[in-house]
Design a protein around this ligand. Sequence first.
Ligand code: MAN
Length: 483
Amino acid sequence: MLLSVSVLAIVSLAVAQSIIGVSPDMESLYKPDSNGNWHCLLDPSHIIKFDQINNNFCDCPDGSDEPGTNACEYTLESPKMFYCANEGFIPKHIENYKLNDGVCDYDICCDGLDEYLSGNCPNVCSKVKRQYDEYMSSKRKEIANGIRARRDLERMAAELRAAFKQSISELVSSIEEIEQKEIAGILANSRFVDDQQDKLLFIVKGDKLSELSEFYIATNKEQEKTIEQLESLMLKMSKNYNPNFNDAAVKSAINAFQDYYSNKVESAVLVPNINDILVDRYTLSSQNCKNGVIGILRDNILSWPGTLHKYFDQFVETFPNHNSKESNKLTNDNGNKNEGGQAKHSLESLHRKLAANRAEYDRNYGENDVLLALKNQPYEKKIGEYTYKIDFMNSVYQDRTLVGRYDSFEDDSMEFVSGDRCWNGPQRSATVKLLCAEEFDLLSVDEPQKCHYEFILTSPVACKDLSEEELAKGFKLDKAVLF
Ligand code: MAN
C-alpha cells in the first residue's frame, strides 16, 4: 500500500514532466487522448485511464502501461526494460525486476535511478565515465599495438609464402630437368627406340594423356565402323557365293574370313578400351612415367588398337624405373647402374618433397596467411604441474602427452583432436581460444570435461579493428573504487 502511494506520487510528478522508465524516443507514445484515456501499445483495443500508467498494476497484456515498475512480469519472450538516462554518460536500459531491489546496479544505471523509491543510490556517472574512458583508451592502444603486431606477422607470412612458392617452382624445375635427362637417355640408349625410331611420333606430357586418348577413341570408332561394313559385305559374300564356280581366290578369301569371324568375339574381348590402357599404364607405371613423359607409337595404333597395348608394354619397359629386371639394362646399356639407381632415388625423393610442399602450401593459414608466420614457432608455458606446448597448425602437448593434432581454425578458436587416449577415457582434444594482445601469453588451461582442454591464449592473431560498441562490451565496472 505504502509502495503504491509513493509510486503514484512519483507518477503524478512524471506526468508533469515525462513518464519514468520511458526513453525519449518513446515519450511521444505516452500521451493521453482527449478523454484522458490511453491505448496499450501492442494492443490498442485495450484502453485504460492515462493515470493507470505506472500505478504498479499490470493492465496491458504487453506490459506497456508499467514502464517504470516491475508490476508486469519480465520474460525472455517479453522483456520489460526500464530506461536510465545516465546524464553525462551512456543511457542504458535495465531489466524491470532489478528495480528497487536494494542493489545499486551502477554498471547499468550510474545515475542510481533503478533505486528511485529509496533514493539510496547517489549518481556516480562522472566516476563511471572516468573508469570507462580509461578502459577504452587503454583498450584502443592495446588493439592498435596488437594490430601492428599482426601486420608484422602478415608481412612475415607473405615473405614465407613467396619463398614457399619459389621452392616449389625450383623443385618442379629440378624434377623436369632430371626427367628430361632421363628421356634423352631413353632415346639415346634404348634398344626399343633404336628399333622403332621412325615410329616414335609423340612424346607427350602425362597431363596431355586424356586429350590424346580421346583422339584415339574417336579414331578407333571410325575404324570399327569401317570394319563393320567390310564384315557385313564379307558375311553376305560367304553366305551367297556359289562354290560350284571353283574360284580358288574367292574360296581362300571366304575361308580366311570365316576363320577370322568365328574368332572375332574372343579377340575383341582381348582388346581393351584404349582409355583404360592409358589410364592403367599411366597409373601403374613408374613414378617417372606418372609425372613425366610417356611415349606412344602412332602408326600401329591407328591400324589396330591391340597393337598399342603391345607397344605400350614395350615402351614402358624401356623406362628406367619400371619394375622389370630388364629395365635398367635397357636404359643403361653404356651407363653405370648405380648412377641410374641414385637418379631414381633422388627423383623419387624430389617428388615426395614436392607433394609434401604442395600439401603444406595449400593449407588454410587464416586471413592474410597469418598462421603461416607461426609455422615452426611453437609457444610454450608451464602452468601448474605441466608444461604446455602449442605448435600452431600442428599439435598441442602437455609435457610429453599429445593433447591433439591441429584440426581447424575458426572465429579465433583453434581445434586440436585425436590426442593420446586418457586412461579409461576418450582421446585427448583441445580448444585454443585466442584473445587479442600484442604478446603471446597462455592465460589459462582448463579441463571442463575429462581430457578436453580449453586454453586461453593472447596473441596478435586475434587482433582486428573493433567498433566502439564492440570495444565497450569488454568494459567491467570496478565498483570498489567508486567511493
Ligand atoms: C593426466 C593428464 C590430465 C588428465 C589425466 C586423465 O594426468 O593428462 O590432464 O586428466 O591424465 O587420466
